[in-house]
Design a protein. Structure first.
Length: 449
């Protein structure tokens, strides 16, 4: 594009404004001293701005959808699916439309499957003078799905949706000197799995390819993956007893029910039988309407971390199921915030008043929980806190040892002969194999490939 330097865009400048929008497109604005982007007005010239839209497309009907652009001044970049997940490069752009080369208009057709989640990135750039673009998305029947002035209703019977967050960059100077921040949306189905993962699994299972089909049969036979599983929600979750504190340990109910909800949801997503989704929703609703606290010795923080991310990941997988009402999803999110996240944060900040005492897996499971809850509740602040904690340690107190934070978790690095790759010795490497491997697993939960 004439005025657009993709390498500059990827350099990572923080945006002036972020937010959510129910429409896509900008009315014409010329070189004035104010600019308005999706209802937010700021000072500065409107001719010098980049607006990045990130989110997902969730079609209700299978078929061919048409993305249309007009009145483009100066340019837009459209990336869909895997291309959207990997950011903007010249190689992965599905459609370019710009003022000079394509005469400000263009279309792109995309075949979508009902119920799938497709990541979207749409970048608008205005290099000089006036700027605008008009966008519309039409479904297989030709009906408008989304446009500059409105999006389709999310009411039952018309459940398709498109959700985007605009990430504008509005700085004085030429567009080639300004950068759009990489600010990934929470796309896909959970912090562990993406829509593409499930599309791949479904193809293998339906074709009875091995070893995928054999693994699927093992799942189908598991006792936790049945609609006959009886959940046992608890009002107070207890892990850890001693001579002075001796309630009954009941934490097994939590991880078994969380695992059941997770496995049932996978059976629905891959096999399509909604009875499994209904039972998963029943399990999660039972816990959200019952659990009010976590108790025990310091082991209660293990309960908060381990079962927090397990429940949150199961819920994130199920959130696209129309049979799980939004108000029930909200209630589950409130339970995660009000119970699990409270203990996650307390442990990460204070370590039960015993700094440099707890091994890495204690931090890592609470980081995983706080991150997964942030994803389910669409709370970027929580998510960023967890990421920054892993990278840097306790906020404002980097000198305090947090064994699950990277500066302390990575105690030694070695260069492997031959490959030249870096091998890491982690804080629990000298411990028993179970705990050492748990740390690796928890890092994988936080940051899956």
């Amino acid at each position: 594009m004439t005025y657009f330097n993709i390498n500059t865009v990827l350099s990572g400048q923080n945006p002036d404004n972020t937010g959510r929008t129910t429409t896509i497109g900008l009315a014409q604005q010329c070189a004035t001293m104010t600019r308005t982007v999706y209802g937010t007005t700021t000072s500065g010239q409107s001719q010098f701005m980049i607006v990045q839209h990130i989110g997902y497309f969730h079609p209700a009907t299978s078929g061919t959808y048409t993305f249309s652009f007009s009145n483009v001044d100066d340019g837009v970049h459209l990336c869909l699916g895997n291309n959207a997940k990997t950011g903007f490069t010249n190689a992965n752009v599905n459609k370019n439309v710009d003022y000079y080369v394509t005469n400000s208009a263009g279309t792109y057709t995309f075949t979508a499957t009902a119920g799938q989640y497709y990541p979207i990135r749409l970048l608008f750039v205005n290099a000089q003078q006036c700027g605008s673009f008009t966008f519309s998305l039409t479904d297989p029947a030709g009906a408008s799905f989304a446009r500059r002035t409105s999006t389709r209703s999310h009411a039952p019977g018309n459940p398709g949706e498109i959700s985007v967050s605009p990430v504008p960059i509005m700085k004085d100077g030429h567009a080639t000197q300004r950068a759009a921040s990489y600010h990934p949306a929470f796309v896909g189905l959970s912090s562990l799995h993406s829509a593409n993962d499930f599309a791949r699994i479904k193809n293998h299972v339906h074709a009875q390819d091995q070893p995928w089909y054999r693994a699927w049969q093992h799942l189908e036979a598991g006792k936790l993956a049945q609609t006959s599983w009886k959940p046992t929600p608890q009002s107070v979750l207890v892990r850890g007893t001693n001579a002075t504190f001796a309630p009954t340990n009941n934490y097994g109910y939590a991880y078994r029910d969380a695992h059941s909800a997770y496995q049932l949801t996978i059976r629905w997503l891959v096999g399509g039988n909604t009875s499994y989704a209904d039972h998963a929703a029943k399990i999660l609703d039972g816990w959200s309407s019952t659990l009010v606290d976590i108790n025990g010795t310091e082991d209660k923080y293990l309960a908060a971390g381990l079962y927090g991310y397990q429940f949150a990941n199961a819920a994130e997988l199920l959130r696209g199921y129309s049979g799980w009402p939004k108000q029930n999803q909200t209630a589950f999110g409130k339970m995660l915030n009000g119970v699990f996240a409270v203990y996650n944060h307390d442990f990460l900040e204070h370590h039960y008043n015993k700094p440099d005492f707890y091994y890495a897996n204690w931090d890592l499971c609470n980081i995983a929980s706080f991150m997964a809850i942030g994803i389910f509740n669409d709370n970027r602040t929580m998510y960023n806190y967890a990421v920054n904690y892993f990278k840097n340690g306790i906020p404002g107190q980097p000198e305090v040892v947090a064994n699950g934070a990277l500066p302390y978790f990575s105690i030694a690095n070695f260069t492997e002969q031959g490959s030249g790759k870096t091998l890491m010795q982690i804080q629990e490497s000298g411990r028993d194999q179970g705990h050492a491997l748990l740390c690796i697993a928890l890092v994988g939960v936080c940051f899956p490939p």
